[in-house]
Design a protein around this ligand. Structure first.
Ligand SMILES: *[C@@H]1O[C@H](CO)[C@@H](O)[C@H](O)[C@H]1NC(C)=O
Ligand SMILES: *[C@@H]1O[C@H](CO)[C@@H](O)[C@H](O)[C@H]1NC(C)=O
Ligand SMILES: *[C@@H]1O[C@H](CO)[C@@H](O)[C@H](O)[C@H]1NC(C)=O
Ligand SMILES: *[C@@H]1O[C@H](CO)[C@@H](O)[C@H](O)[C@H]1NC(C)=O
Ligand SMILES: *[C@@H]1O[C@H](CO)[C@@H](O)[C@H](O)[C@H]1NC(C)=O
Ligand SMILES: *[C@@H]1O[C@H](CO)[C@@H](O)[C@H](O)[C@H]1NC(C)=O
Ligand SMILES: *[C@@H]1O[C@H](CO)[C@@H](O)[C@H](O)[C@H]1NC(C)=O
Length: 676
């Protein structure tokens, strides 16, 4: 009796304990964890729960095993209170594998259903911390594992380094598949990378009646796919013992990842409750989801491509803008005379300041070397209103280009831009005559050269007045418009205000053009220029060359201010040669000098019809005709009649001698070129 009582005493606490455990297990038929803060898990010495509830199975240290199990086993045996035996279960969890390096990561996580939590002797690495090579494959293991395997191990018949497999008692999976999920929206399988560092959702469901073990995986953002990744026919009755633990095991090997579980629900009596993603703990910030390796190349590459495209696009637009020009259909016939702006831009090094030759009457003149022919040119940039009279103007330019004379600066062609016209001329290396004449230039231009220049310019004017198909008026003959070529030949240039008209017809312009001091008096009165007014300007020019001074020099004594008047007065008083350029130091042919001075005076006769024609001028200069006597009644010669005080006053008050009257017209109404 005593013995029985004693046995009962011994037995009772045991019965009590096992009844209590049973009751607990019944109560704990299900659980759900969003994070594991305060959870009564059984972690091993490696696994740890972060303060925010994140379960870290392993960190990136090598050859580690991290495990965590629900502390109580589940009864898969015939219940004391319920005769039926159910092996069904449903679980879902969220995990993340954050690799040390994108290319070096391992080994994986396994969800485990096991009769024991004593894994003494289990190995890390490919054994995932659950088995070793002696225990691997033993039916006595009673082990069900769903492996999330990031290493391909040929010994274990792994299909790749990113698969999910179902293991029974051994690490060679009975079935496995690459990690994909079925996208219900796109109706296709999409692959996932276990070691992407991203959170992923796994569902494992076993239905005893169907004898199907379903494993489903999906990105954390999606819902559970309608099709499982694995749906394996499986009878768990031989595997499951009466009481089984559920949990996770994870291992690292020579390569390592941090393995995390963020949330977990388990249910023996129905579908495991869905995890609420918003309640899950966050991953450590330093372990932020990394970009996929190809993205780490692709993103900078795409950025570089976009940058390159942007830069080249901008460069293209700038280039287009830089080289933009106006070109219209009617210009086709002028093809040979048409220059591309790009060529001119390149020739003048982008119209660089150091290529600036000077400011002409109507714009800047640049030196340039044409890229195609290596030919030196002068490019004149003229502002022009492209809306008006362009066609006529270009026609005139092209006509000017057809003028051919050894004493004309050859116009080679033109180019048009918005608001800008570019005229391309032969380059004159010795610059304009006024620089040699009026500046204290050494060596001074000797008389032989001066006379030669006068004859040359005269023959050029004869050519444009009489010898070409049209009458061309230069309208701005003066020393600064006479350029010197490499042989110091005088060439007349700057037809900026030249005017064409047909032989026999009268020119019709009302705008006063030309330069004060060279301007024939009838132009000041009527505004009409003619060949005679060009002769007047040429006369002034002859006196300039002979006397080495400008036609109007206001700083001189009053009687010397106006060159023509001064020479005429000196001629009357017989001191004619006193006006000659002192820099010549008497080195000139007296007859030639006298001829030039007299002819100069004759050309500046107040009455246009009293002036010689350019043909006569050429004949006199060539010595083929004798100069008539100058009319001594002085009123005929000179810039303005001496008696006309008002007009004289007007000229004298002009402060600088070579100021342009800056206007130019093609027709009476339109002024398409304007001066500086
Ligand atoms: C990983 O955890 C172990 C144990 O907690 C620790 O000794 C080791 O320094 C950790 N390694 C890293 C890389 O954090
Ligand atoms: C026994 O348990 C199973 C599953 O756990 C349940 O479906 C069944 O209704 C239970 N039977 C009784 C009598 O409680
Ligand atoms: C775990 O199992 C081993 C034998 O496999 C045994 O030696 C050890 O005592 C067990 N540990 C615990 C805590 O039960
Ligand atoms: C394998 O594990 C078992 C028990 O878990 C242990 O008894 C055995 O010694 C281990 N074998 C090796 C080689 O570690
Ligand atoms: C998607 O994958 C599942 C399981 O691997 C397979 O049965 C199914 O045929 C696949 N569907 C498509 C559209 O590829
Ligand atoms: C497993 O998947 C199959 C196929 O989609 C389905 O018919 C079955 O009901 C699923 N079973 C469980 C327990 O989810
Ligand atoms: C378990 O399943 C039952 C029945 O479907 C459900 O009422 C319960 O909420 C579930 N519990 C968990 C934690 O999944």
């Amino acid at each position: 009796m005593m013995v029985v009582a004693f046995k009962l005493l011994l037995f009772l606490p045991g019965l009590f304990v096992s009844l209590k455990l049973l009751a607990l297990a019944q109560e704990e038929n299900q659980f759900i964890y969003h994070g594991f803060t305060g959870a009564n898990l059984l972690p091993n010495e490696i696994a740890k729960i972060h303060p925010n509830g994140l379960l870290e199975l392993t960190n990136t240290s090598k050859h580690q095993i991290g495990r965590a199990f629900f502390p109580f086993p589940f009864q898969f045996s015939t219940s004391l209170f319920n005769n039926s035996r159910s092996l069904s279960f449903s679980t879902q969890f969220v995990f993340a594998m954050v690799p040390e390096l994108p290319t070096l990561s391992g080994h994986g996580i396994a969800f485990i259903v096991s009769p024991s939590v004593n894994f003494t002797g289990a190995l890390s690495g490919r054994y995932l911390g659950i088995l070793n090579f002696t225990t691997d494959g033993l039916s006595s293991n009673h082990l069900l594992a769903v492996e999330l395997d990031a290493i391909r191990n040929p010994d274990l018949k792994d299909i790749n380094d990113n698969h999910i497999g179902i293991d029974l008692n051994e690490l060679i999976s009975i079935e496995s598949a690459p990690v994909t999920y079925f996208s219900d929206e796109e109706k296709e399988n999409k692959s996932l990378t276990l070691t992407s560092g991203n959170m992923m959702h796994v569902w494992i469901d076993y239905n005893e009646v169907e004898r199907l073990l379903n494993v489903t995986v999906a990105p954390i953002t999606g819902t559970k796919p309608t099709l499982p990744l694995l749906s394996t026919s499986l009878d768990l009755s031989s595997v499951m013992l009466d009481s089984m633990y559920v949990g996770f095991s994870s291992s690292t090997g020579a390569v390592a990842s941090s393995h995390y579980i963020l949330g977990w629900s388990f249910n023996r009596s129905g579908q495991a409750q869905s995890l609420d993603v918003s309640k899950l703990p966050s991953l450590p910030p330093q372990r932020k989801p990394r970009r996929k390796p190809y993205l780490r190349i692709a993103v900078p590459a795409i950025a570089a491509i976009i940058l390159f495209l942007a830069i080249s696009g901008a460069a293209y637009i700038i280039r287009r803008k830089t080289y933009e020009e106006l070109r219209e259909d009617w210009e086709q016939e002028y093809g040979p005379q048409r220059f591309s702006y790009k060529d001119l831009y390149k020739a003048t090094k982008g119209f660089a300041a150091r290529e600036l030759l000077g400011r002409g009457g109507f714009g800047m003149v640049y030196r340039g070397v044409l890229p195609s022919s290596n030919m030196q040119v002068a490019v004149k940039k003229v502002s022009h209103d492209s809306r008006h009279g362009t066609k006529e103007f270009v026609a005139e330019i092209v006509s000017m280009g057809r003028l051919r004379h050894r004493n004309l600066v050859q116009l080679l062609g033109y180019c048009r831009r918005k608001g800008e016209l570019l005229l391309v001329y032969d380059y004159m290396p010795n610059g304009s005559l006024d620089k040699l004449l009026f500046r204290n230039h050494t060596p001074i231009l000797n008389w032989v050269r001066r006379y030669q220049i006068l004859r040359g310019v005269a023959s050029a004017l004869l050519y444009i007045h009489e010898e070409w198909q049209q009458v061309v008026l230069h309208r701005d003959v003066k020393a600064s418009n006479v350029l010197l070529d490499a042989n110091l030949n005088g060439r007349i240039g700057d037809f900026g205000i030249a005017k064409f008209h047909d032989h026999g017809s009268t020119p019709h312009t009302t705008n006063v053009v030309g330069t004060i001091g060279y301007l024939a008096p009838e132009i000041a009165r009527t505004g009409k220029s003619s060949t005679c007014s060009d002769v007047f300007s040429f006369g002034t020019f002859m006196l300039e060359v002979a006397c080495g001074r400008r036609p109007v020099e206001s700083e001189r004594p009053p009687e010397e201010v106006v060159l023509v008047d001064w020479v005429f007065e000196c001629w009357k008083s017989g001191a004619f040669l006193g006006t000659v350029d002192p820099r010549l130091e008497g080195n000139y042919v007296e007859e030639e000098m006298e001829l030039v001075l007299k002819l100069g005076l004759l050309c500046t006769h107040r009455i246009p019809s009293a002036r010689p024609s350019m043909r006569q001028v050429v004949q006199y200069l060539d010595g083929n005709a004798t100069l008539p006597d100058l009319p001594l009644q002085g009123t005929g010669i000179g810039l303005v009649p001496v008696s006309n005080e008002a007009s004289r006053e007007h000229v004298l008050t002009i402060p600088t001698s070579s100021e342009h009257i800056s206007s130019y017209s093609f027709s009476d109404s339109e002024s398409i070129l304007s001066g500086r």
